[in-house]
Design a protein around this ligand. Structure first.
Ligand code: E8X
Length: 599
């Protein structure tokens, strides 16, 4: 799906700003829009998560539908155009009503959907838009919610009569089986964009390198009768290649490649023309390949230095925040990092565009987090398979052209050990599905939690083994000598496989300003010692091709006995100030080359 752009053939109307808003009550619990009910509500910012924007605790704990309403008029001059209404992300389920008619439903809170409203609207006349949003999570949604009344943190199942009896006083709440706050609402921009009536529907670009030449394979999908032409322009505005036809192969002589920063993340532009339509797509020429124990970018072995991240900040919640994205990229450069994983859901497209331009490498993750948490086999009781396939398809469709994206992560920390046969069948077939969909055939993985790695048959089959490990924190808590031993014992296991391994999470909750002379958990000294102890061990192993501390910054999550003001494993505070460990990594990473580190 193409990102909306303004050029001489296309325009954009931004529907961000103030909308009318109301949380649903019992009479409005099925998503049916009721104009009078909503109008009697309050104001709300779009885009944003609604949870932290009002002081009534209902907003934070809400479980169910919420309604957004606004009126708008499309200028009469657009009457000859094709008109599309695009939502970049509505979390998690949306029903869209235009002038009282239901025009779309969409499941999944982190990917865009759009509706062609050309025949549903009159330019120059006022139109009314209502968006009903459901934030409920369960065994059919991704991320997954618990259905059994078990909380992610703490236990309500204790054999204590008074606790059991008190359950009837609990109001319905979301029970995330994951560790980030269930921020909801219209989290990303809402836009109307126009194209000519005959238009370019999609463009796919894959690239290759032949000697000093860059190969550009393009494929277009256009609606209407006409001819396609493609012109490739370099960063100085010079035409370097061109062709005609809906698809083709172009050669750029002496091509400049896309390299991660501090290399040159060089971008070309493909100007695609069809009838009166024009779309200008930026792309980079680079290759990605897993060979033996190496991860090659442009045929050179790359070392991943970076983070698991979140889209999370005070007040905005998970609402799109370009200013924050800008700051995060700057802090990534400051620490000498070169990559991150979009844990645990696809991020806003603007972040990928920034990474293309700023040379940051992305492991692109679906929202499949929390698959498990039941005593029964989740792969047979859950109802999420077809939705999982949908989000993988839509993720690849959205992000396939970004040079920054080098690998797909199908999900994070699913239970693959309790029910080995059904888990194997599930992930094995999903791997093939994902691989088949990507025109660039990027490596595919999923990220495994701390488990019995000997019984886990699936993680080892991924193109890159991605493991989250908490030796010294959740296990062997506070005992770094024992943690070092346990880590090495596990790494001996992985070494035999001769596959590349990335430590996609490891970390320790740390309170900024809490200092101890004798490092114990939660102190800044402990966080540094924890990382230094473990880093020294996998520095010795050639197959360890990356380290992603958890997390880039402190982030908000569900309240519970293990979380004081969120998850505090950030190297940065939630407002992006460095803890001691950020300075530690800054020094370490500036000394580690992006390429050829383990040679
Ligand atoms: C944590 C992280 C969590 O925030 C992330 O979303 C997934 C978790 C650790 C798994 N990985 O809790 O900080 C803990 C496994 C316990 C053995």
């Amino acid at each position: 799906m193409l990102y909306p752009e303004i050029n001489k053939a296309r325009s954009i109307i931004d529907l961000g700003g103030e909308w009318n808003f109301r949380l649903s009550d019992e009479n409005h619990d099925n998503g049916e829009a009721d104009r009078a009910f909503i109008k009697a509500g309050t104001t709300m910012a779009v885009p944003a998560s609604y949870n932290d924007l009002k002081e009534d605790p209902e907003y934070r704990s809400h479980c169910g539908w919420a309604y957004y309403h606004r009126v708008f008029t499309i200028p009469g001059i657009f009457a000859t155009e094709r008109i599309v209404l695009r939502f970049d992300a509505v979390t998690h389920y949306a029903k869209v009503y235009l002038n009282g008619t239901l025009i779309a439903e969409h499941k999944g809170g982190f990917l865009p959907f759009e509706i062609d409203i050309t025949d549903k609207i009159r330019c120059g006349e006022e139109a009314e838009l209502i968006v009903a949003v459901d934030n409920r999570i369960n065994h059919s949604t991704l991320p997954m919610g618990n259905e059994e009344g078990t909380a992610f943190f703490g236990s309500d199942n204790a054999d204590v009569p008074s606790v059991a009896a008190a359950k009837k006083w609990r109001k319905p709440v979301n029970l995330p089986n994951f560790d980030f706050f269930n921020y909801a609402g219209i989290n990303r921009p809402v836009r109307i964009y126009t194209t000519p009536r005959s238009y370019i529907r999609d463009i796919t670009i894959t690239t290759d390198i032949r000697g000093s030449d860059g190969i550009v394979n393009y494929d277009t999908s256009c609606i209407g009768d006409g001819d396609v032409s493609v012109t490739i322009i370099d960063s100085e505005g010079k035409t370097v290649a061109g062709g005609k036809g809906a698809s083709g192969k172009l050669t750029i002589n002496n091509a400049k490649l896309w390299w991660p920063y501090p290399g040159d993340p060089y971008l070309y532009k493909a100007e695609v023309r069809f009838c009166d339509d024009l779309y200008i797509l930026e792309f980079g020429i680079r290759t990605v390949e897993v060979r033996g124990i190496e991860f090659l970018i442009n045929n050179k072995p790359f070392y991943f230095k970076g983070f698991g991240k979140h889209e999370d900040s005070a007040i905005h919640g998970r609402g799109f925040d370009f200013v924050l994205d800008m700051k995060d990229i700057s802090m990534i450069h400051w620490m000498g990092a070169n990559s991150f994983r979009t844990s645990h859901y696809p991020y806003a497209e603007e972040m990928y565009q920034l990474c293309d331009r700023e040379g940051i490498v992305i492991i692109d993750e679906t929202p499949a987090v929390g698959i498990g948490g039941t005593s029964e086999d989740i792969y047979s009781v859950g109802r999420f398979r077809s939705h999982h396939e949908d989000v993988i398809r839509d993720l690849i469709d959205r992000d396939k052209n970004h040079p920054s994206v080098v690998m797909w992560s199908m999900g994070n920390e699913p239970d693959v050990v309790s029910f080995p046969d059904s888990a194997y069948e599930y992930w094995h077939t999903l791997y093939s599905y994902t691989k088949a969909l990507d025109p660039a055939k990027r490596p595919v993985t999923f990220v495994c939690n701390q488990n019995n790695y000997e019984r886990d048959r699936i993680t080892r089959e991924m193109d890159v083994v991605c493991i989250n490990r908490y030796y010294g924190w959740y296990n062997l808590s506070g005992d770094l000598k024992a943690a070092e031993y346990a880590l090495n014992m596990e790494l001996d296991f992985w070494e035999k496989l001769q596959k590349p391994v990335i430590l996609t999470e490891y970390g320790a909750d740390t309170l900024p300003g809490f200092h101890l002379s004798s490092p114990e958990m939660f102190s800044e000294e402990f966080q540094v010692l924890y990382y230094d102890t473990l880093n020294k061990e996998f520095d010795k192993r050639a197959f360890m091709i990356g380290e992603h501390p958890w997390n880039f910054a402190d982030f908000n999550t569900i309240q519970g006995p293990m979380r004081a003001d969120g998850n505090r494993k950030g190297l940065l505070t939630r407002d992006r100030r460095p803890k001691m460990a950020a300075h530690y990594f800054r020094k370490r990473w500036h000394d580690i080359p992006d390429f050829g580190y383990k040679k």
